[in-house]
Design a protein around this ligand. Structure first.
Ligand code: ZN
Length: 203
């Protein structure tokens, strides 16, 4: 396979990029100064080598702990559980939430072969007591899979830390349905996310 075909194939794997766009991007990269393309290549290598999950919340970071987990102004007793690290950026943009996060690393999706063991639920349960968590806000997407995931996590929280949850020590809440059903957190505007958080309800 030629280098051009190889790059085109790789670009075409990216979400939202079809073969035609991939080919156009490849030719664009060939036309621009090679120093520019090299920068892109170096950024990609650095991304794969330096970015890793935060040891506490699984957000993406270049350090053992992410900037949110090490920020003393954040409230560690409130956890917002999201599907992807990119969801954190959406919620942070809304500027209302002052707690910490937990990234599940996806959503339950039997069709795509994503089961409970692929998510960081065990790590979530393990940090509740040491971190003194008082509320867990389930902010998975309002899709079928997102709802199923929220329900699964809620059951795990109730089952594995029954004394904590039933004793009233930990509230489990779900963000409100202010978000369009089937719409991703990623595309919601800050006001909608802030409203969905403010109107969260007990599960
Ligand atoms: Zn973190």
């Amino acid at each position: 396979m030629s280098v051009i075909d190889e790059l085109t194939n790789e670009l075409a794997r990216l979400p939202g990029i079809g073969r035609k766009t991939a080919l156009r991007l490849t030719y664009h990269l060939l036309r621009q100064p090679s120093s520019q393309s090299r920068k892109l290549a170096e950024a990609l290598v650095a991304l794969t080598e330096r970015v890793r999950p935060c040891e506490r919340c699984h957000n993406l970071t270049e350090s053992p702990l992410c900037a949110l987990c090490t920020d003393p102004r954040r409230d560690p007793t409130t956890l917002c559980v999201v599907e992807q690290a990119s969801d954190i950026a959406s919620i942070e943009r809304a500027g209302e939430f002052r707690g910490l996060y937990h990234v599940l690393g996806g959503r339950l999706s039997p069709l795509d072969g994503v089961g409970p063991e692929d998510l960081t639920v065990a790590a979530l349960l393990a940090r509740l007591e040491p971190d003194g968590v008082r509320e867990v806000i389930l902010a998975t997407n309002p899709s079928l899979e997102g709802e199923a995931t929220a329900l699964y996590v809620q059951r795990q929280l109730t089952g594995m830390s029954r004394s904590l949850v039933d004793g009233g020590a930990i509230r489990v809440t779900r963000i409100a349905r202010g978000l369009p059903v089937g719409g991703d957190l990623e595309y919601a505007d800050g006001v909608t996310i802030a409203q969905a958080l403010a109107a969260r309800r007990e599960m």
